[in-house]
Design a protein around this ligand. Sequence first.
Ligand code: ADP
Ligand code: MG
Length: 388
Amino acid sequence: MPDAVTTAARFRETVGGDPTGVWSAPGRVNLIGEHTDYNGGLALPIALPQRTYAAVRPRVDGRLRLHSDAARDPVDVALADVKPGTPGGWASYVAGVAWAVGEAGHPVGGLDVHVSSDVPVGAGLSSSAALECSVAAALSDLLGLGLLADDDGRATLAGWCQQAENVIAEAPTGGMDQAISMRAEPAHATLLDCRSGAVEQVPFDLAASGLALLVVDTRAEHALVDGQYAARRRSCERAAQILGVATLREIPVADLDDALRRLRDGELEARVRHVVTEIDRVEQCVAALRDGDFDAVGRLFVASHASLRDDYEVSCDELDVSVDTAMAHGALGARMTGGGFGGSAIALVRAESVAPTGAAVTDAFVRRRWTEPGCFAVTASAAAGRDS
Ligand code: ADP
Ligand code: MG
């Protein structure tokens, strides 16, 4: 498990000399509200205990020299050459942040960076945003921007990280991941309003109720950069256009049937039904959490999964088996989380059921000759910040 001390030590090995500091940012898991962010909707993620650490020192020659434990070769690129698709690969997420900060009027003179992380990569737990946000936190301090000091500043940093991912890494993600990595609070889920940009912290302390949140990393490949995610986005934009609204957020659940009748396209109807009912489920979930009604939370998880599987068509066998197995072993609720097509599922379980449920899911995977999943319990953790 990396931390500020081990990451600074790795910096001394790969870059040489001491870093100016070490900053870190968490991965995230979304409790509910999937594929809603780019529709101006609501999402309810938590920050994970797993974090990405960036040991950083400024340079004055306009170059980015980037090392990561997760990448075989370091990357050396001139900031002036950073553009959509360049430098490419993992370095785009880091270079993209430096680029976005520069675009916002705060020129970066160059950076030496070493990255260490225990956020599973490509598991739908947002290692990409954790990487971006660790670097953005560093730049805020190194350039004296002071943006970590309050939520407004953190929202600004999250916006730059989203730009980095959308423009330079060319992944058309919606903003939830960066927002939660920057704006989370420990022991809280964060209600994100992706239309207004507002956040509301909702107490989320499962242990106090004898419960736990189990994450199942299915290890099934998911790739946001590939066409499916972009295709879902396009369908939503087309439906909004037909319905004469800026985003699907404008369709209240009470008007759903009427909206569906006007679409006259089975696939678009299913996509819109998911988005509109999912936004409604987020609101219901927040109310249930505030009431401490975890049975209701669990039922909403199950309904969300069915909607993502049947209407939005972004689940896969590994996710369905994870959810079905957890439910068969007494989970209060379970669902896929993140963009889908692989990645991770979550299950709301009794604290004593974490190990047996994980074992049952693992067994179900082994019986099907799939790669063994990673199963671990998580608690709502802290946002990006400086560690040393
Ligand atoms: P997710 O965000 O769900 O993990 P993405 O496909 O959005 O999946 O982002 C994964 C990509 O982010 C990796 O392929 C890699 O390019 C980059 N990445 C994330 N974490 C690291 C890391 N610690 N070191 C290097 N690259 C990383
Ligand atoms: Mg990502």
